[in-house]
Every structure is written in structure tokens, then in C-alpha cells.
Design a binder for this molecule. Structure first.
Ligand code: ADP
Ligand code: ADP
Length: 236
């Protein structure tokens, strides 16, 4: 379903991702591990076009996502939901509205600033919050929630996008162990129950071992390991 062919990203002279090729052929939960600066974040951000690739192709179900333009590019960005280390919520907005933002570009052109969301959007947002166990926080401002709760809001926002792919960039790096477990369980459930591919940048191998079917190890922009977590014995 997703296929990297010689994907490279250069920032000036610095090669962040160096001619990387790999495929994910069936829904999987994939963990990408490696030290800070290894290129994990850049790799994920090229998939949903937050960072433009310098060279190579990324195919999703046979389509080159790097050449999508306009509405097709926006549709692709909706299709790959992103979860960030720092949650990326709008702090002053209430929780349910933050979740509905995940539906924004499903509406195509906005007809009116005053009629952006419909009842269906509210229902979807509330049921996603319910699934994440935080529907009771729906009318609080996002900034009033703990980090763990905010990340669950971000996952609810990802869910209402009805994505094909979930990309999580260090989703638990800012969380305490208990919240980290809740967030990883939620991502794992999106894979198992909804059958989605989840690609997750992680900085600890233990987390990858506990949650992922497959681990891709990166160092200096290249893949140095790709396989079952049990097969990875040394640090990357
Ligand atoms: P992490 O290692 O957790 O990905 P970084 O501190 O490397 O975090 O990067 C944080 C942000 O700064 C990212 O958006 C990244 O793209 C950007 N960034 C990282 N390195 C550089 C750099 N050398 N010049 C400009 N921006 C950078
Ligand atoms: P990781 O996520 O594994 O920490 P990154 O993908 O953030 O790694 O970074 C890979 C390399 O690319 C690092 O050397 C980083 O400094 C560099 N880099 C990342 N983003 C930028 C940017 N926006 N501008 C310049 N260099 C960057």
C-alpha cells in the first residue's frame, strides 16, 4: 500500500533522509526508531507533504503522493492524519471544536465562516472523544487539559479525519509513563480495530517492542534495521 522509492531530503548541504526505500504491503503498526537527528521526523513529514522531498517517489496504492496538487493534495493530507509530540491543538478553542478541525478539509471550499461544521461533525467529534475516554472534557478549552488528555484530543481529531494512514511523530515523548501507555494503546487500537496502518516515531526501543509489528531503525538518514522487533538486539 505504501512504497518509498529512493526518497531523499536535503536541507542545504545536510542530507536528512538519504535515498530511502521500503514498503508497507498490509496494514501494520510500524515503529521508526533512531537517535535525535536520524531523520525520523523528516521521513514522516514527507509522507503527508509537510516537508517537500528533494528526490524519490512515495506511492500510496500505486499513486505518487508527492506529485498531488491542489484539492488532491489536501485530500491526501486528510487521508494521513498526523499526531505530533506537542499535540498541536488550538489552546483557546474548546476540545470538541479542536476535534472538529480534523473535518475541515473534508468540506472542500468553505462556503461560510459561520457555517463550517454540521451536526454530523459534532456527533463524530463527540463519539471520537467518547472512544478516547475524554468526552466529559468536550467543552473545556484545550489548554485546560493535561498533556495526556491533550494528546487524546489530538488522536480524536485524527480519527474524525477518517484517515487511511495515521502518522505519529514522537506522540509520547512529552508524556508521563501512564499517559504514554494510554496514548500508545489508543494508537494500537486504531491499527487493530480499524485496520489502519500506523507509523509511529519513537525514541525508545522498549515502546516499539511493546506495540509495533515492525521496527524500522534509522541512523544518519538511512535505514539500518527493518524487521520484527524481536529481531532487533542492539541499539540503532
Ligand atoms: P526532533 O529531534 O524531536 O525532531 P528537532 O529539535 O530536531 O526535534 O527539530 C525541531 C524542529 O526544528 C523541527 O520542525 C525541525 O524540522 C526543525 N529543525 C531541526 N533541525 C533544524 C535545523 N538545523 N535548521 C532548521 N530547522 C531545524
Ligand atoms: P529526528 O526526527 O530523527 O530527530 P529530523 O528528521 O528532525 O530527525 O532531522 C534530521 C536532520 O535534518 C537533522 O540533522 C536536522 O537538524 C535536520 N533538519 C530537520 N529539519 C530541518 C529544517 N527544517 N532545516 C534544516 N535542517 C533540518
Amino acid at each position: 500500500m505504501i512504497h518509498f522509492e529512493g526518497v531523499t531530503k536535503q536541507f542545504g548541504n545536510r542530507v536528512a533522509v538519504d535515498n530511502v526505500s521500503f514498503s508497507i504491503d498490509a496494514p501494520q503498526m510500524v515503529g521508526i526508531i533512531g537517535r535525535s537527528g536520524a531523520g525520523k521526523s523528516t521521513l514522516l513529514r514527507m509522507i503527508n507533504r509537510l516537508t517537500p522531498a528533494t528526490a524519490g517517489r512515495i506511492l500510496f496504492n500505486g499513486r505518487d503522493v508527492l506529485s498531488l496538487k491542489g484539492g488532491e493534495k489536501r485530500r491526501w493530507q486528510r487521508d494521513c492524519a498526523m499526531v505530533f509530540q506537542q499535540f498541536n491543538l488550538v489552546p483557546r478553542l474548546d476540545v470538541v471544536t479542536n476535534v472538529m478541525l480534523g473535518r475541515l478539509n473534508t468540506h472542500g471550499t468553505l462556503k461560510s465562516m459561520f457555517n463550517i461544521f454540521g451536526k454530523g461533525d459534532i456527533d463524530r467529534a463527540l463519539s471520537a472523544l467518547d472512544r478516547l475516554g475524554i468526552v466529559q472534557e468536550a467543552v473545556k478549552r484545550a489548554e485546560e487539559l493535561s498533556g495526556g488528555q491533550q494528546q487524546r484530543v489530538a488522536i480524536a481529531r485524527a480519527l474524525v479525519q477518517e484517515p487511511q494512514l495515521v502518522l505519529a511523530d514522537e506522540p509520547i515523548a512529552s508524556l508521563d509513563p501512564m499517559n504514554a501507555q494510554i496514548v500508545m494503546d489508543a494508537l494500537r487500537e486504531i491499527h487493530e480495530r480499524d485496520g489502519k496502518t500506523v507509523i509511529c516515531n519513537l525514541h525508545t526501543l522498549d515502546t516499539a517492542r511493546a506495540y509495533c509489528d515492525r521496527v524500522i531503525g534509522m541512523r544518519d538518514g538511512v535505514i539500518v534495521f527493518d524487521g520484527a522487533p524481536e529481531a532487533l538486539t542492539t541499539d540503532v
